[in-house]
Design a protein around this ligand. Structure first.
Ligand code: NAP
Length: 640
């Protein structure tokens, strides 16, 4: 192996990471496309948490005394960043040109042993089971891991196939450094036509930033022209800066995108490669440096020991959640800042709220990186008692309707955060989620058709994204395999086609098996797996032979996995309903219901809740001594 880690991108994020990895003994190669360090300083603000990171690594000393950056803002409304923690040694914000920071981080990385190769573009990436190959021109560099710190237009992200969902810009701000103009300094000054900011640098040039209300981003392949900036500035302030000379031109918008995951196998992302956001309040650079600090620690731990991928999963979970939260506050700020007259009432109310110390402290904590996310809040219909599944997470497949919906609702009622899985009925799934939220619970929908290639992978992508956004982790406590395909009523065994059979097996047996296989990695100790079978595995019903065979298979899944997972305190059980009202039209026909009722010892068809209550019980701690069991929830149908 040529290196332990290849870092792509020698910006502040890549260099901080390279230094940290070298400090723990790793061999690091940094590839950088540019032949010389950039002299451009896109970002210049350091927040308290980042100052801690730099101080811990002795980088602050190399930067000399940094000037304080004064109070901050939130969407252009004054925010005292020191309010996050007034006693903090770096309370507030600090000014440091990015080029200066980059140089200090580069010196440190090289001093600690990093091999920084400039003028080397990543042209290919080849991931193997036990290493990754970085291709740059004719060279191939092998390493255990590769990290993309290569910014917004990340080549690593594209080559490794990371999803990068989010929204493109709807609003845009133009900025320029201009020599030879004499205009007053102003901070987020709102005019009837737009927003203007001007700041004179010590060298006498002036940084202007301008947005015309109601304007939409122009299609661009490069920076804006100076004429555009001059026109916008005149439209907003009435001043003519056309006589000046631009030394730097730039446009940025409120694009908001985040990689669906920060890790794919041996490839990881950090900084702008992992998240793209409006550079408001210097948060992008600070977020990136904090990604690097976390990743340095976790990747060093991963390199140091064993086969445990936990540290990298931790990085992905923790930094994805931090990024999502920052992107949300940036989007809120973009609306407050660049919205026209229509946001004035919102700004006024926000401005009033920001006079409260607690609000200042909260927002300052969020921006400075010192705050911790609030614990999940219950909705207004708060439960007055703690549920038995408080703090747990659950996946219920096929939860858009019927027994699955009732189960999802019961688990949420007990306090679990529930992933409501479904195949295609978006409306029904959204209704399940809405019902849960109305009752004060928490849920989110996950769409994935089972029984088709890639089904379980797709399910877990949505599931893990949803969990991570809400809990900062992907830990799962409860899995209910409920979704199932049925056979048409009155289908004689002679008429079952191979396609019918394959479909039943794929949805009812194969998918649950691979769901359990995949889930067992993320299932917490003491977790629960509940497989929904059917009473027809115990009563002969020739019309249901193929369906019953698929349900027999899921009972085998429970039996064998119960033994396998018992050492971790995970229980696996089968629940077998009889005829249960799942809301389908047949249950509206009295004669049909009457006939079906006769099958149960209670002479009734079951309500979906009758089954859901039993599933919910099995999910609790109270049921920890039941595993590998077949639980008859047929209302005595099997008594004969
Ligand atoms: P249901 O009302 O028919 O609902 C089926 C659920 O599964 C829906 O959420 C559906 O999603 C989902 N689903 C179906 N096929 C899927 C696929 N290929 N991929 C992903 N999701 C799929 O079901 P139910 O009657 O409540 O039955 C629930 C469980 O109990 C099943 O395992 C069933 O075999 C068992 N059971 C039911 C009865 C009964 O009388 N109801 C009796 C014995 C056993 P969409 O909404 O998106 O289609």
């Amino acid at each position: 192996m040529d290196a332990d880690v290849v870092v792509v991108g020698a910006g502040p994020v890549g260099l901080l990471l390279a230094g940290d990895l070298c400090a723990s003994g790793a061999r690091v190669t940094v590839l950088e496309r540019l032949t010389e360090p950039t002299t451009e300083s896109r970002a210049s603000t350091l927040h308290a948490r980042t100052m801690d990171v730099l101080a811990e690594r002795d980088v602050l000393a190399a930067l000399g005394g940094l000037p304080p950056g004064g109070p901050g803002h939130f969407g252009g409304i004054r925010l005292d960043l020191a309010a996050a923690d007034p006693g903090h040694r770096f309370a507030g914000q600090w000014k440091c040109p990015q080029a200066v920071l980059e140089q200090a981080l580069a010196d440190r990385a090289v001093r600690l042993g990093a091999r920084v190769l400039r003028g080397r573009e990543l042209t290919g990436l080849d991931e193997r089971e036990d290493h990754v190959v970085a291709v740059t021109g004719a060279d191939r560099i092998t390493a255990a891991y590769l990290v993309g710190c290569d910014g917004e237009e990340s080549t690593v992200r594209a080559l490794a196939g990371f999803d990068f969902p989010g929204r493109d810009a709807t609003l845009e701000m133009l900025r320029a450094d201009v020599e030879g103009v004499d205009i007053p300094d102003r901070r987020f000054e709102r005019h009837p036509n737009g927003l203007a900011t001007a700041h004179r640098w010590p060298d006498g040039s002036t940084r202007v930033m301008v947005h015309v209300f109601g304007s939409t981003p122009a299609p661009r392949s490069g920076p804006p022209t100076f004429a555009e900036v001059v026109r916008a500035w005149a439209a907003v302030t009435g001043e003519d800066i056309g006589g000046g000379r631009p030394t730097w031109l730039n446009a940025f918008g409120n694009t908001s995108r985040q990689a669906a995951t920060y890790r794919r196998g041996r490839v990881l992302l950090a900084g702008d490669a992992a998240h793209r956001q409006m550079p408001v309040g210097g948060q992008a650079l600070n977020l990136g440096l904090q990604d690097a600090a976390e990743l340095g620690q976790r990747l060093s731990a991963r390199l140091a020991g064993g086969d445990d991928d936990g540290p990298l999963e931790h990085y992905d979970a923790v930094r994805h959640a931090a990024g999502a939260r920052t992107l949300t506050n940036i989007q809120a700020q973009a609306l407050l800042l660049l919205g026209g007259p229509e946001v004035e009432p919102l700004r006024e109310v926000f401005g009033e709220l920001m006079r409260f110390d607690a609000v200042q402290a909260h927002l300052a904590g969020m921006v400075s990186g010192l705050g911790t996310p609030p614990a999940p809040q219950h909705t207004p219909q708060e439960r007055t008692t703690m549920g038995k599944l408080e703090g747990k997470t659950a996946l219920v497949t096929g939860a858009s309707r019927g027994i699955g919906r009732a189960t999802a609702r019961r688990l949420a009622e007990e306090g679990a955060l529930v992933a409501v899985h479904y195949a295609s009925n978006d409306e029904a799934a959204a209704e399940t989620v809405a019902l849960i939220e109305k009752d004060g619970g928490r849920a989110f929908a996950v769409r994935a058709e089972l029984g088709v290639p890639g089904d379980v992978h797709e399910l877990f992508l949505g599931l893990e994204r949803g969990l991570r956004e809400r809990t900062g982790a992907t830990t799962l406590d409860i899995v209910v395999n409920n979704a199932a395909a049925q056979t048409a009523a009155g289908l004689a065994p002679e008429d079952v086609t191979p396609e019918d059979f394959d479909r039943l097996m794929a949805v009812n047996a194969k998918a649950p098996f691979f769901i359990v296989q995949r889930a067992s990695a993320s299932l917490a100790d003491g977790g629960r797996i509940i497989n929904i079978s059917s009473g027809v595995t115990r009563v002969a019903n020739p019309e249901q032979v193929a369906y019953s065979m698929s349900k027999g298979a899921i009972e085998q899944l429970s039996l064998h996995m119960a033994r396998h997972l018992a050492p971790r305190g995970i229980t696996v059980n089968s629940v077998a309903p009889g005829i249960t009202d799942n809301g389908s039209p047949v249950f509206d026909i009295p004669e049909a219901v009457e006939a079906m009722s006769q099958l149960s010892a209670f002479k009734q068809v079951a309500k979906a809740d009758d089954v859901a209550n039993v599933v919910a019980f099995l999910a609790t701690e109270d049921a920890r001594w039941i595993t590998g069991a077949f639980i008859d929830t047929s209302g005595g149908t099997l008594l004969g």
